[in-house]
Design a protein around this ligand. Sequence first.
Ligand code: DX5
Ligand code: ZN
Length: 244
Amino acid sequence: MQHTHVTSPAGNALDPLATRLETRGPVVLPALLLCDFGHLGREVERLEEAGAGALHLDVMDGRFVPQLTYGMVVVEAVRRAARVPLEVHLMIEQPERTIADYARAGADILTVHVEGLADPLGTLEAIAALGPKAHLAVSPNTPIDRVLPFLDACDGVLVMSVEPGYGGQRFNPVALEKLAALAEIRRQRAGVFRLCVDGGISTDTIGPVAAAGAELIVAGSAVIRSPNYGHAITELEQLARDAA
Ligand code: DX5
Ligand code: ZN
């Protein structure tokens, strides 16, 4: 059966963030986790007006991680409200069972954790066949050796700089070594996967992650807890650009 994948109006179906990355450098993806869910449409609008190039949606099931957030109904609602590409970060058990639903709900990037997959290669290939970009996430305590066999099937690798589960945690510098190692492997292998980072990003940590090679940089509390989303995104992207 052919799935109807809703692509974002602003996105280029091949690589929704390529142009922005080339022209403006690293992209900050605000995470919605800490936003006001009573006014979700308004929050999406404010983030877009603030210059967000894409949005990051944290799906948690209360099993793979302790917290339970939201699922495809909310992803679909954000898709309807947003023009920018959406990254859906699945922190759930057996994500292979629901990737088709999240693709249909409008994910432009689907990110799955290597720790939660019985068949990482098969799952990445299944995501790509459904339409979204396939990103593989790796938690702070998981060595990058676990993702190396699958790099050719990844459109991106998401290095977690906090333990998945909660917003507002402290940045773990182990992410810097992992990003630098992945950047070097990508150079050696002439790979094409994007380097991404998620967790504890602030005005202090964004420079170092960009210098280590991160291109797609998730920022939750640094944007959502700021009184001015536009100021926060502009400042973070400027710091990333200066360090990259
Ligand atoms: C953590 C989530 C993150 C979180 C980031 O499990 O994957 O995306 O929202 O929030 P900050 O930037 O506050 O660490
Ligand atoms: Zn996330």
